[in-house]
Write a protein that binds this ligand. Sequence first.
Ligand code: UT7
Length: 337
Amino acid sequence: MYKSKITGMGMYVPKRIVKNEELTKYMDTNDAWIRERTGIEERHWVQTGDGNTTSSMGTAAAKIALERAGLTPKDIDMIVFATLSPDYYFPGSGVLVQEQLGCDTIPALDVRNQCSGFVYALATADQFIKTGMYKNILVIGSEVQSTGLDLSTRGRGIAVIFGDGAGALVLSRNEDENDNSNILSSHLHSEGKYAKELTNLVPGGIHPPKELVENWPEDDFTYYPYMNGNFVFKHAVTRFPEAIMEGLNANNLTPQDINLLIPHQANLRISQFVQKRLGMKDEQIMNNIQKYGNTTAASIPIALTEAWEQGRIKRGDLVVLAAFGSGFTWGSNIIRF
Ligand code: UT7
């Protein structure tokens, strides 16, 4: 078995910044409610004509990660791409990145695990490195969510939360015996009985796109994302600590050993709850939802990249990634950086 090492990270967000105040133009909401309930102050949204798509932003983030890893697209053996907002119904966005970067005809795998997408994607890439099948894998999380939101007051419980953006990392085989950098373990879960508590039902196989243009009921808004906020919140505050403790226990570690916990940026109150529950200090946890909102599969690689750029992660640190979201799905990656 080989070790897997993160050798480069990058992030990309669209230029347009949407402050809470701007949202009051579209719906009945206010800055105080959004800050108090979610911690969010602003988010980045794509703008018509700016050319940003889920795949193009993923490619932009990947280019930075590659440069920092000292690699070129020709060195990459595989792409794992996590998103809930692919450019197309099919094919997935991974193949578009393969083309945009000019990689060889390497495999491109899309992961559909929403907010847990990046944790699942990294776990998947790690297996291919550990077994020796591949040497360098691009792991990408990218989302364009703003274009699918209900910006009326009806959709305010969701619309104020989500942001657009992308993050990427290069995972490489670590053959240096003296270098202990490694993905120590990953822990993944799902509970499909709650699939409809956080979902976008339409279009899909059950209600194909043509139904939307032929006799769609005027009062049916299931083509917008739906979230049972309180219900999701209650599960999140249980599953986050569970996934983190499962990972720590598997490696004989404790919350005090963590140098930086990077939770999926779902809600600042959820992260604060998790921090308190695990008895962790402020400097042990990364929060940047204030600036980006919830960017779903992109939130962890964006936060990871920003933490690294701010000097909050150095080689040898114990970094823990954890996520919970639609599915329900949840999980953690325990990383010796
Ligand atoms: O990333 C994947 C996982 N996602 C999560 O983990 C998110 C989990 N859930 C949450 O973060 C929170 O439930 C929300 C932020 C979505 C909502 O916060 P909440 O404290 O649970 O609020 P609520 O849904 O219970 O709504 C409280 C009140 C309601 O009004 P009434 O019925 O008390 O009069 C809502 O209509 O706040 C109202 N409300 C708003 N008011 C102003 C809901 N959205 C808004 C809004 N602006 N944007």
